[in-house]
Design a protein around this ligand. Structure first.
Ligand code: ZN
Length: 378
């Protein structure tokens, strides 16, 4: 079998993101349109996947979807739906606009002209397939600046180890189905949590965002489109943060004070840009690895084996098939209760004035406002 027959699809669906949602253009190997270009709201990803399947199935066409590296929201749900998804990187693409990805037509065209170039993504590989080493190098290079930000109270990975509290955090939402389910489980256990939402979903699902805050949980900023941050210019990164903060404030009346970088990207350049923003970089010390869908039992075990007082636990609610996370949640909450660990919001976890019997260590002065208990901007 030739390489072409093995790896090259019959048609390419370029999917772009814009401020309003997604646009899709499908062309065949010769660049001829296969379908009328369509637009999709960010909450209609299941319908988008069904539409792509219909085009792929029509007349026996083999279809591949191509996204760019500034879109980390679609590869999860589309690969989970069984579609062939590839990621095109900036050096293969024309220049992006200040806010938005490369156009759908340009994505489809670039993939069609150089079919071997986009990286194939699977649910197991995650969005950064083939760029893992670059990611790790960026994290290592950012260590010094991260330490400086941490010392200044502008970057946190966990809370104090001498309080029996932990923070569960749910990223990539809100989600049209799962947000409500997660809120119901948290309510049953009397637990509070923090939701790092993406602006693209916030704008499409304001009602779900409202539900989160009305239930007493917190909101954080997780960018607009879940990009691989090192691929953005500083201005593009600031645009992602600002637009998401505005979208959240339109629903809740308050801008969130925390930013979680997608994938935990923390190169010196990314951290330098974040240092100039009015936000606290919020990472985690316990990774549930729920995105890899290892089974609900495994997710709960991973969390409970690693969690300790002060932990910040990374979980997901959107941008993929997160049903296992919802199924794991009751066991996680029961396990925390067994260990005497109270799930609280990040503001509560990081509150500087601990109600303790033991003497508190001296607090490091901070350069920027840090969250305090009460109605801070969330
Ligand atoms: Zn994320």
């Amino acid at each position: 079998m030739s390489e072409r027959a093995m790896g090259e699809p019959e048609c390419w669906a370029g999917i772009a993101w814009t401020a309003d949602g997604y646009e899709a253009v499908v062309v065949d190997r010769a660049g001829r349109p296969v379908a009328v270009p369509t637009r999709w709201g960010a909450a209609r990803v299941a319908e988008l996947a069904a539409w792509l399947h219909r085009i792929g199935a029509g007349r026996g066409r083999e279809l591949a979807v191509v996204l760019d590296s500034t879109n980390g929201l679609l590869d999860g749900p589309l690969t989970a739906a069984g579609l062939d998804v590839r990621r095109a990187d900036p050096w293969t693409l024309p220049q992006r606009p200040a806010f938005g990805s490369v156009s759908a037509a340009a994505l489809a065209d670039c993939a069609r002209r150089a079919p071997a170039s986009p990286a194939r993504l699977t649910p197991e590989s995650g969005s950064l397939a083939g760029r893992e080493a670059e990611f790790e190098t960026g994290v290592a290079d950012g260590a010094e600046l991260r330490a400086a930000l941490t010392a200044a109270g502008r970057c946190v990975e966990h809370g104090r180890r001498d309080r029996r509290q932990v923070a569960l955090t749910f990223d990539d939402g809100p989600d049209p189905v799962l947000t409500r389910q997660i809120l119901a489980v948290l309510a049953r256990h009397g637990a509070r949590a923090t939701f790092f939402c993406v602006g693209h979903h916030v704008a499409a699902l304001p009602e779900e965002v409202r539900r989160i805050t009305e239930a007493g949980h917190e909101l954080g900023n997780h960018s607009w489109s879940h990009p691989f941050l090192p691929d953005l210019t500083p201005a593009q990164l600031c645009e992602q943060i600002d637009r998401t903060a505005e979208a959240i404030a339109r629903v809740t009346g308050r801008e969130p004070s925390r930013f979680r970088p997608p994938y935990g990207s923390q190169t010196p350049e990314v951290l330098a840009t974040l240092a100039g923003q009015r936000t606290t970089v919020t990472l985690w010390d316990v990774d549930s690895r729920d995105w890899a869908r290892p089974g609900a039992e495994r997710i709960a075990t991973t969390v409970l084996e690693a969690v300790r007082p002060g932990s910040v636990v990374l979980l997901h609610e959107g941008a993929g098939d997160r049903r296992q996370t919802v199924l794991a949640l009751p066991a996680v909450l029961a396990g925390l209760a067994d260990r005497g660990l109270e799930p609280v919001t990040l503001t509560e976890l990081l509150a500087p004035d601990p109600p303790l019997t033991a003497p508190a260590p001296a607090l490091t002065p901070v350069a920027m406002p840090v969250p305090v208990p009460g109605p801070v901007s969330r």
